[in-house]
Design a protein around this ligand. Structure first.
Ligand SMILES: [Mg+2]
Length: 394
């Protein structure tokens, strides 16, 4: 390290080669005792202080609509970095921020890569908080149980990456039971899944009770999923058998609707939950028990604050030596849904400050009457502009 330092001090033009070395060697290599190097901040005898604020962005209806960036989101996000927004190190981050979405269906690492491609900035998996991200905190409880994961994308991969050992997607699970979906033959659009190929699965779904069901993302086939989930829930996890105690059921979020590509809102996971619950309660003597995560739950905002602190510690990786992070003075929540994003930030209270955009669910002229935001703007670009001006960041 000392020869490297010597080289640096003699040849400042070697900074870019150091940065490559830093990127390849991971965050720890960034700390050189007594000297801090970070991209575009150059060499400092004393480390720069992180900002006293941070931002949480909702994704759908704020940053993207479908796959397409909206509201000037790429240029807005670029302003949160030093010059090299695409640098493969979190130290390029000038303003700490996370994405706080109720969406999901893919691992956080994959979502970070997709967002980076769509928005043209480097994004760490740490900066992506999805509806199902808190499921990882339940690993210890269900680690070795048979888990059924519901939803679009790769719900079983998500759960396996969190550490659950015996996970089946509901597609795979249903395929173990002949004729469980009486409408399957009419679903021409559906690929027949070749299953029973899960070499890593240590238990047999035909005879092993489902320990828990996790609705990771939006159900694709409501009729099949409601049928199979009713079977699982009313029999204690053994479809086709006698009635038994309902296994635990978790939803990643409870959004009734969300803004996608269609001009009007689309039914979300909360709508699916209502449908399932209504049907289950009609065919079973005991009401369906479940736990929902996602915004506007206050826990989600507390968790986001903790993650933002970790983002600061990663971006300003010398911070622990400097006495740790200060609590944030302001946390901005930028969202499009008054009953999800704004209600959540308001319930979370200080230091959260809510900003409502008009690019998604909310399209009103003034403020929302039931869940008024601290600020209403047209786009996320305007929101970032407001934040940076208020915080005196040029
Ligand atoms: Mg939204």
């Amino acid at each position: 390290m000392s020869s490297l330092l010597h080289l640096l001090l003699k040849q400042p033009q070697s900074l870019s080669s150091l940065n490559n070395l830093v990127s390849n060697n991971g965050a720890k290599a960034l700390s050189i005792p007594g000297l801090l190097y970070s991209r575009r901040r150059g060499l400092h005898s004393s480390p720069p202080k992180p900002p006293s604020f941070a931002i949480a962005f909702d994704i759908d209806g704020v940053i993207l609509r479908g796959e397409t960036p909206i509201g000037g989101s790429p240029q807005a996000l670029r302003r949160l970095y030093y010059d090299s927004a695409t640098a493969a190190t979190i130290s390029a981050l000038k303003i700490p921020y996370v994405f706080l979405t109720n969406g999901g269906g893919v691992p956080e690492s994959k979502r970070a890569k997709d967002l980076a491609r769509q928005l043209g900035v480097n994004i760490s998996p740490l900066q992506v908080i999805q509806g199902h991200t808190p499921f990882k905190q339940l690993v210890k409880r269900f680690e070795n149980d048979l888990i059924v994961a519901v939803g679009k994308g790769e719900p079983a991969v998500v759960m396996s990456e969190y550490g659950f050992k015996n996970v089946l997607s509901i597609d795979d699970y249903a395929s173990f039971f002949d004729n469980i979906d009486p409408l399957a033959q009419y679903k021409k659009w559906k690929e027949i899944q070749a299953v029973k190929q899960h070499a890593s699965l240590t238990i047999n779904p035909d005879s092993e009770r489902v320990g828990a069901v996790f609705v990771v993302s939006d159900s694709i086939d409501w009729s099949r999923d409601i049928q199979v989930l009713c079977d699982i829930l009313r029999t204690g996890g053994l479809p086709g058998r006698e009635t038994a105690h309902q296994p635990p059921l978790f939803f990643a979020s409870d959004d009734l609707a969300y803004q996608a590509l269609f001009p009007a809102e689309r039914l979300g996971m909360g709508a699916f939950r209502i449908a399932l619950e209504s049907i289950f309660n009609s065919i079973h003597p005991k009401d369906m028990e479940y736990t929902s995560y996602g915004k506007p739950h206050p826990f989600v905002f507390k968790n986001a604050e903790n993650v933002l602190t970790q983002v600061v510690q990663s971006a300003y990786n010398n911070i622990e030596a400097d006495g740790g992070t200060e609590p944030f003075k302001t946390l901005y929540m930028v969202g499009d849904n008054p009953s999800i994003d704004i209600k959540g930030a308001r319930q979370a209270g200080s230091p959260w400050f809510s900003i409502l955009t008009r690019t998604g669910v909310f399209k009103g002229e003034g403020n929302h009457t039931e869940h008024p935001a601290d600020l209403v703007v047209d786009t996320v670009e305007e929101a970032v502009d407001y934040i940076l001006r208020k915080e005196h960041i040029c």
